[in-house]
Design a protein around this ligand. Structure first.
Ligand SMILES: Nc1ncnc2c1ncn2[C@@H]1O[C@H](COP(=O)(O)OP(=O)(O)OP(=O)(O)O)[C@@H](O)[C@H]1O
Ligand SMILES: [Zn+2]
Length: 479
């Protein structure tokens, strides 16, 4: 069938064909790094990670670019307010770049725990000032921008297609626009490409118009075009970015004469008590807190249970239910691996048919606009069949089942990294089991059942555990 995705720009599901055969270029707007990530920040990366893994599974070469915004994102998301990172730097008494570094790693660490593949490139906005200046210059030359008091603004009225992504009409936007007190703009809808730095503004660079810093929107246009080239395949981010951020990105790129992203994808929000989880409002659950108390893969499973275009209300009950669901899947996978070794050679036709059905339903779900809930449902339809057939199944069929868990469950959904497959015997459990065995052996000795006592010692020795009888009683150590 092939992949079909809902394209926000076309407002419908469309077949996805990459521009260059065998290659896919994806750009995902990354976080503004001024605070620890919350659960909402994990949703996009996990959704687009599944997409990326699907392309890899289909044999594509994928270049996955996801930026780090470390400058230019102002507290009101538009052209006013303080730089979010600089504001935090003052609060924590750090250099702005220290703040950015600290929270970039906090974000990367959380993504790693969630088994999200690292971006091929994670460009920092502050490392791409020359590219942003060049694009701004180009927009000036082409009449799409103007300079006012050391700042450069994009002239929205010169780009009639402004609004095409979000479906907003210019007249309505204009009617609703705030007119600022010290208005430099020709039109309240115009947005900053470059802002003159006020005295005391810490993050500043030289430009043809004086010292300043870039606008948030120009960063992503410059970095996506640099690393993915004109007409790249897919641009993605949260629905809050559709307007104005992505609308402005399109205007900048196309007014500069470049073909921009061919497809647009937007994921819906994680909510907490009905409101968007957000750093700026403090309505959030921190990822690091969740990751400490819960299996990261259960969290990933939880997020994948809702389709990416639907809002998702976070609750602890929901997470606990997901933990149980995930544990059932993992247990089945582990059992397949364990049984495989002892199973008699041969295939089991019923299991083969169940696997065919699973593979088919799974891929159809993913290819239908990345329906991860249905892909998971395919696994849960398969589980009772598997459990029923497991005791009798032939080795070749079990090997195939293991392969399916591996390629679909881990390869595409990213739910079973090697770590979760290892059987873990924790220290306290091992100590408890050994104490129990030695106690039983002592009991046998007291009952003068030396044959049993020796048998326990010999069997332990075969497992690499040495038992020594000392004055203080029996002791054990690993051989
Ligand atoms: N609650 C959420 N659910 C899903 N995605 C989110 C959520 N909050 C932010 N994102 C996404 O995370 C990425 C980084 O966003 P950003 O750093 O601006 O986070 P934020 O928490 O919304 O910050 P702020 O509250 O300061 O605007 C964006 O793609 C954004 O759409
Ligand atoms: Zn962006």
């Amino acid at each position: 069938m092939g992949l079909v995705l809902y394209d926000t720009l076309q407002r419908k599901k469309v077949p996805f064909e990459p521009a260059v055969k065998g290659h896919v270029g994806i750009y995902v707007c990354g976080p503004t790094v001024y605070a620890d990530p919350h659960l909402g920040h994990a949703r996009g990366p996990i959704v687009y990670d599944v997409l990326r893994r699907y392309f890899l599974h289909q044999g594509y070469k994928v270049r996955f670019v996801s930026n780090i915004t470390d400058v230019g994102h102002l507290t009101d998301d538009a052209d006013q307010g303080e730089d979010k990172i600089q504001k935090r730097a003052k609060l924590e008494q750090l250099e702005p770049m220290e703040v950015a570094e600290k929270y970039t790693w906090s974000y990367f660490d959380a993504m790693q725990a969630l088994n999200v593949l690292r971006p091929s490139i994670a460009p920092r906005a502050s490392g791409h000032i020359p590219e942003q200046l060049e694009l701004t210059q180009r927009l000036l030359e082409r009449g799409f921008a103007y300079v006012r008091g050391g700042s450069v603004y994009f002239r929205v009225r010169a780009f009639p297609e402004y609004g095409k992504l979000s479906g907003k009409r210019l007249e309505e936007l204009r009617a609703g626009a705030r007119v600022e007190v010290r208005e430099e703009k020709e039109d309240p809808l115009d947005f900053a490409l470059w802002k003159a730095a006020e005295p005391g503004h810490l993050m500043r660079w030289k430009s043809p118009w004086g010292e300043g810093y870039p606008g948030w929107h120009i960063e992503c246009t410059a970095m996506s075009l640099k690393y993915l080239g004109e007409g790249f395949d897919l641009h993605a981010g949260g629905i809050d970015l559709q307007f104005p951020h992505h609308e402005c990105e399109i205007a900048q790129a196309e007014a500069a004469g470049y073909r921009f992203a061919r497809h647009w994808m937007h994921h819906n929000h994680v909510l907490l008590e009905g409101e968007k989880m957000a750093k700026s409002t403090g309505n959030l659950v921190l990822l690091h807190d969740l990751l400490k108390a819960h299996e990261p893969m259960a969290l990933r499973f939880y997020l994948l249970q809702t389709h990416y275009r639907s809002p998702m209300d976070f609750t602890f009950q929901g997470l606990e239910a997901a933990e149980r669901g995930y544990a059932r899947l993992l247990q089945a996978y582990r059992e397949v691996r364990a049984r495989k070794a002892q199973a008699p050679s041969g295939t089991t036709p019923e299991l083969e048919r169940a696997l065919d059905a699973l593979e088919k339903a799974f891929l159809e779900a993913i290819e239908d606009d990345l329906s991860t809930p249905e892909a998971l449902a395919a696994f849960f339809t398969f589980l009772p069949e598997l459990n029923r057939l497991l005791p009798e199944a032939g080795r070749e069929s079990l090997e195939r089942a293991e392969g399916v868990f591996h390629t679909l469950g881990e390869g595409i959904l990213g739910l079973f990294p090697e770590r979760v497959l290892e059987e873990k015997v924790s220290g306290p459990l091992l100590q408890g089991l050994m104490a129990l065995l030695l106690e039983l052996r002592e009991e046998a000795r007291r009952a003068r059942d030396f044959a049993k006592a020796d048998l326990i010692r010999e069997r332990l020795k075969a497992l690499g555990v040495i038992v020594e009888d000392t004055k203080e009683g029996p002791k054990w150590r690993l051989a």
